[in-house]
Design a protein around this ligand. Sequence first.
Ligand SMILES: CC(=O)N[C@H]1[C@@H](OP(=O)(O)OP(=O)(O)OC[C@H]2O[C@@H](n3ccc(=O)[nH]c3=O)[C@H](O)[C@@H]2O)O[C@H](CO)[C@@H](O)[C@@H]1O
Ligand SMILES: C=C(OP(=O)(O)O)C(=O)O
Length: 448
Amino acid sequence: MSKGDGVARDPKEDVLHVEGGKPLNGTIKVRGAKNFVSKAMVAALLAPGTSVLRNVPEIRDVHVVSDLLRLHGVDVDVNGDKGVVTIDATNVQLADVADVDTLSGSSRIPILFSGPLLHRLGEAFIPALGGCAIGGRPIDFHLDTLRKLGATVDKEHKDGIHITAPNGLKGAKIHLPYPSVGATEQTLLAAVLAEGRTELSGAATEPEIMDLVAVLQKMGAVISVDVDRTFRIEGVKELKGYTHTSLTDRIEAASWASAALATHGDIFVKGATQPEMMTFLNVFRKIGGEFDITDKGIRFWHPGGDLKPVALETDVHPGFMTDWQQPLVVALTQANGLSIVHETVYENRFGFTKPLVQMGATIQLYRECLGSLPCRFQQLNHKHSAVIFGPTPLTGRDIDVPDLRGGFSHLIAALAAKGPSNVHGISLIDRGYADFRGKLEALGADFD
Ligand SMILES: CC(=O)N[C@H]1[C@@H](OP(=O)(O)OP(=O)(O)OC[C@H]2O[C@@H](n3ccc(=O)[nH]c3=O)[C@H](O)[C@@H]2O)O[C@H](CO)[C@@H](O)[C@@H]1O
Ligand SMILES: C=C(OP(=O)(O)O)C(=O)O
């Protein structure tokens, strides 16, 4: 994640002193998904009128998207306590590009404004994007999709990438070379109001995308989904505002589950739901973690004794999510034997393991695909496979948070380690983990 995200911080205060070695025990509540809520907020831009989103987490990405919407003349009210965001997109205007650029540095969401702005205003700018620095994160699929729908993309414009569609967008046949979450959402947000039919094959089908489809359907869109990753979108003439409750953040839930394993703890994650977490739960069980699913949430705990190693590959849904990988790797440092993790979604998502090694973990990175199938990164020289040998005691130290999930992983490592750690750049975690300090307190962590 870009550290230039427009939030001024005093480095001396942006640090957590952690006294590790204590199990995390207790109950916490997880709200809506970072990777859905931000997209649903952009969807509101498609329709004049008011949209209401519930179960919204108090994370920085929500504020970034709120401010971006406001820069476009949209009325946004965020009630953090209640977790309700109300958006009135009756008025929409083109924002000042420099202002958007200043804000957009911490998130990848601004690119998703393209379709709605093209429909409402006939033009859009794509600012410099942020998001976690875990790979090159190109936007070629997004631009190709917009071109196929009839937009003109000018990469030479003095203010950045300028997109226009003076004659509106028209339905098209689009195939994604890889099931990209963002490019699938880009297509949905652009095609719902395009003239005619759009067929999107090779699409991603993450639960957060399906919740976005639910929101769009509430707004008046006609979208069908086939089992073979094909979406069919019948363009409609207009949409209206929606009221919707976000699905739970399955990444945050899995992160706390990993924290329970790594610290020998017992955490009840209120709000966690089984269907979106099935793949994670299978792996959690294979490692030796215990869980109990109730109507209110899922309890995760370390039952004592040895944890078992696993071999896993990250993948698009319904595979094992890449965003689950980093926190789980910390737990795997405590499993008895060799675990193998093949990261197939991002080419550069193991940088966070270096501080873990300095804390005592044994983790070796490989350029080869150490999985059942070669991935897109085969022969590309990226260290995208990790072999973790455990159990290794971890010792506290000074750590610099590199990105959102890597940062949470370092926090877990510090909590599992013997002795004190200083985790620097801790506010990066606020982008995706609501009130993590309050939750740590509720779980009995020793920190200040
Ligand atoms: C805000 C948000 O929802 N972020 C999530 C979203 O990111 P995001 O939508 O950015 O991730 P994508 O699914 O698009 O990226 C997956 C892969 O496709 C590649 N790619 C993507 C677009 C493109 O135009 N060209 C291209 O080559 C990327 O470099 C990456 O290797 O999905 C990821 C995969 O589940 C998650 O890790 C992120 O947490
Ligand atoms: C990679 C992530 O997010 P983003 O796409 O916002 O950088 C994440 O949430 O782990």
